[in-house]
Design a protein around this ligand. Structure first.
Ligand code: DAH
Length: 337
């Protein structure tokens, strides 16, 4: 029995000496309920009274030795694991950080903001109106009665007979004048809709910016001065403007307004198609009928209005030759502005 105990001690110690010893396995094998040392202790009943305490003491020693060795090995393994973890998980605080990807504003939004800033600087306020609009505001109140040929120039999406998707931002003029007495000085940027097929210069959804000024004694001179200031700030200090006679039902007189080509300075180039001038907006003096429709007395007040396409200004400014680029949201395109 003494030999068996010595053998158990030696075997266990040998196994525990190996660096990748399975400690739990060894514990079960020697010290477990069905383990080898336990088996020896069970056989102690057969020993004589003299032998029993001697063997008992030896058995206890062997158990204590094995337990101590297991504990020591366990600590070693834990320390080694910690070493390894510290080595592999070390943080290099001098490494450059991961830069979060930052988005940027869409070119249409950039241009819209630029335009807003310029007009706000001249004392304008921003007004908004609904995109789903009554026929009354989009057409009738703007001096475009039913069957008026001007309705054909704006292929309108109708929702019901008298509700539509606004085809211009001009209805906001009417909504503002209904709510607010002069003096009025507002711009109104927003989406408009027309039943146009998509191509390089058309889209069923695009953006306009409307302007309206109503007060006592407003003249075409005010309109020209204000637009000139706008053009210079938007396209550069050397920019000039010119008015060409035109017709809009809601203004009288009406004009189309050109800016001198900011790419060639007016000599003629690809951007202005050799003209030296680029059309950017429609404008005019608010028609007395429109004022009257909004309960503004045309004998007392006068005003001017203008409307321009934000896509058009954006494309001119950034030399974008296809409008579809503005809607495809290709990040490689959008990140250039
Ligand atoms: N609403 C016109 C359009 O969509 C643009 C316009 C022209 C607006 C003249 C105006 C204006 O306010 O006075 O074609």
């Amino acid at each position: 029995m003494r030999d068996t105990l010595e053998r158990i001690r030696q075997e266990a110690m040998e196994q525990l000496a190996s660096p990748d010893a399975d400690l739990e396995q060894i514990r079960i094998r020697y010290l477990g309920k069905k383990g080898e040392l336990t088996a020896v202790l069970r056989g102690m009943g057969k020993l004589t009274a003299e032998e029993r305490p001697v063997i008992g003491q030896l058995a206890n020693e062997v158990r204590a030795d094995i337990e101590a060795a297991i504990a020591a090995q366990g600590e070693k393994a834990a320390a080694a694991a910690l070493e390894k973890k510290l080595a592999t998980e070390r943080i290099d605080v001098t490494m450059p950080g991961r830069a979060p990807a930052i988005g940027q504003r869409h070119p249409l939004a950039i241009v819209q903001r630029d335009m807003e800033e310029i007009f706000i600087g001249m004392g304008f306020q921003i007004a908004e109106g609904p995109e789903v609009e009554y026929d009354y505001y989009n057409f009738q109140a703007l001096n475009i009665p039913e069957n008026h040929p001007a309705r054909d120039t704006q292929d309108t999406f109708y929702i019901t007979e008298n509700i539509l998707l606004r085809s211009q931002t001009s209805p906001v003029q009417v909504r503002v004048m209904e709510k607010q007495r002069p003096p009025i000085r507002v711009i109104s940027p927003g989406r408009v809709y027309r039943s146009d097929a998509v191509d390089a210069t058309h889209s069923p959804l695009f953006h306009q910016m409307e302007g309206l000024v109503v007060d006592k004694g407003i003249t075409m001179g005010d309109l020209k001065g204000m637009l000139e200031l706008f053009a210079k700030q938007m396209f550069g200090e050397e920019t000039r403007i010119r008015f060409r006679p035109h017709h809009f039902p809601f203004t009288e007189p009406s004009a189309e307004v050109d800016v001198s080509c900011f790419a060639c300075g007016g000599k003629g180039c690809r951007l202005c198609k050799g003209e030296g001038w680029i059309e950017i907006l429609g404008a005019g003096m608010v028609h007395p009928n429109v004022l009257r429709n909004c309960n503004v007395d045309p004998e007392e007040y006068s005003g001017f209005a203008f409307g321009m396409g934000i896509e058009r200004v954006t494309m001119l400014k950034y030399h974008i030759d296809d409008m579809r680029l503005l809607y495809e949201n290709d990040v490689r395109f959008l990140s250039q502005f």
